[in-house]
Write a protein that binds this ligand. Sequence first.
Ligand code: SR1
Ligand code: MG
Length: 433
Amino acid sequence: MAARPQTETPVSDYEPLTPDTLPARLGGLATMADAVGGAPETWRVAEVGDGNLNLVFIVEGSSGSVIVKQALPYVRLVGDSWPLPLKRAWFEYNALIRQDAVDPGVVPAVLHFDRDQALIVMERLHPHIILRGQTMAGRRVAGLGQVMGRFCARTAFRCSDLAMNPATKKADVALFTGNVELCDITENLVFTDPYFDAPMNRHTTPQLDGVVADLRADAALKVEAQHLKRAFTARAETLCHGDLHAGSIMVTDDKVRVIDPEFAFYGPMGFDIGMLVGNYLMAHQAMPAHISDAGACAAYQDWLLDVIRETWDAFCEEFRRLWSTERTGILYPATLYEDQGHVAASDRARDDLLAEIFTDLLGFAGVEMHRRILGLAHVAEFDSIEDPDIRAPLEARSLRLGRDLVLSRRNITTMDDVLDMARARTAAEGDEA
Ligand code: SR1
Ligand code: MG
């Protein structure tokens, strides 16, 4: 693993908030006072951060509530032995603003940003809960696939050279290129660490040892994982959320919002939707441990696969619409195609691009499935299964499915084929850990 980047020089007046200090420190902000209401001394403040990195406070007053998110100068999951720069709040703020511009209403509204304190005051999404909590409880979300497919398509298209002014896009690439340390986390934790015995790795042992040894001995898999890493580092196509998993989506039974883009970077168009699909596939494989009734479990697994299909369908539909109506950038200009009467060539270029995004999506989904079972940061769908003899076979299916996606991605042409592969893994008997 590369040497850890050092944290920036600490800003002298940076100080982490606590529930006790927050009212006095933020009470003078007009935006807070307006949104929360009442005297700051009467605000109810709770620290609710359950992610890997930051402090997150809910602040409630007489007329409303807000979220205050503040970066810590280290990785919360690990502790102060792993410094992490405060500037990630700057990238999150910039990403939130851009995401809101290209897909209004999906990300929380930013009410206030303080760069020195690395904090963002934002709209509280209420009564939304984290999507992972919803799916682990076996509850559906109406419109999930449509909202997420459109969000991924709108951010992919509108933040790229297909739509943007090239000078603005290059300035954005330069800005987000500064998110070095969070990209470093992904570069190591997603693309490299799972494929060797890296110090921070952990997996269900001894049950998974054999499958893990097989994966790490798979030279072709390691080559493909590094091809994907090269795409991540080199292909600054569009503004990616950078960490789009079930913990970065908040839902009610029929509303969907996206949070937490602090890993934002310019990367491949298939990255976000690929990570998302990988997380849905893991939820699908883990579900037998969370829904004991076999029929109900199968029905819910079918719903998860429907969400994957709907997400990709919505992505393609929106991408095609934007191609026809908003192709104002320097790539594939209408002057070369439609204006010359070459509409079919334009359609072909668009479909070639969608096919490339699909291939990338499958690869990113596969490596995400590996790192969430073998690396440092796992998913609750598996980690909450207490009995390792129940957990390991489900994890093993996901590992194998992830390997199949990475290795076969250039030969898989439809999402239905992927869903069939997921169903086949679920049904596989005797192919366990
Ligand atoms: C050290 S941070 C580990 C993981 O948590 C974040 O949510 C990202 O997924 C990152 O890879
Ligand atoms: Mg996060």
